[in-house]
Design a protein around this ligand. Sequence first.
Ligand SMILES: Nc1ncnc2c1ncn2[C@@H]1O[C@H](COP(=O)(O)OP(=O)(O)OP(=O)(O)O)[C@@H](O)[C@H]1O
Ligand SMILES: [Mg+2]
Length: 221
Amino acid sequence: MSIRAENLCKHYQVGGVTVRALDGISLDIEDGEYVTIVGTSGSGKSTLMNILGCLDTPTAGRYFLDEREVGLLADKELSEIRSRRIGFIFQSFNLISGLTALENVELPLLYRKIPKRKRGDIALAALESMGLSDRALHRPTELSGGQQQRVAIARAIAADPQMILADEPCGNLDSRSGAEVLDILETLNKDGKTIVMITHNEDTAKKAQRLVRISDGRLIQ
Ligand SMILES: Nc1ncnc2c1ncn2[C@@H]1O[C@H](COP(=O)(O)OP(=O)(O)OP(=O)(O)O)[C@@H](O)[C@H]1O
Ligand SMILES: [Mg+2]
């Protein structure tokens, strides 16, 4: 999946002051690339990621996914892109605490109206690929942080998306679990998936083919 951002801005008006969370970001990412976005806290990383994932819209600028302008797509197409073509991974895992690992992974498949039997098969295979088949019936609180993040990755890849967006996926993990997650992302990229990962850790950032720096809502060349 290819990305083209042209002069993206996200400005907020807060108490009469304009916050320029993004201030003219232009960025091209080719299909199959692995890119990390690095920047300090408040530099605009998550804001950018949310726009790239079609979870948020820019206040100015244009955004294209596979050469199609996202701002012109109908809601139905947008939700289709979010649920089938993009997998999201977050720093805080964002698993649903009342559901088992298996049910968490099944959830996006449920939204896609895949029949129950098939849903279970796909979800179990995704958990298995993360080395978690023996944890399928555990709830998030019964799993370690690294295991929870691997459940979240299984959930992100279950629908076989073309692109993975990861916002600080190792931020809450010890170094060993973090390294595991990075290995998984590298493998997914070798399998052809476009990966965009946010981090403020320079060593983590170097794992990618390309590193993009952001500061005060702008890219630093
Ligand atoms: N809804 C909002 N209203 C006003 N300002 C906002 C809003 N969301 C974000 N901001 C501001 O935009 C800037 C960028 O925020 P963002 O969350 O993208 O930073 P970040 O790089 O992801 O930081 P972190 O590393 O701490 O997660 C910050 O200055 C933040 O205060
Ligand atoms: Mg952030």
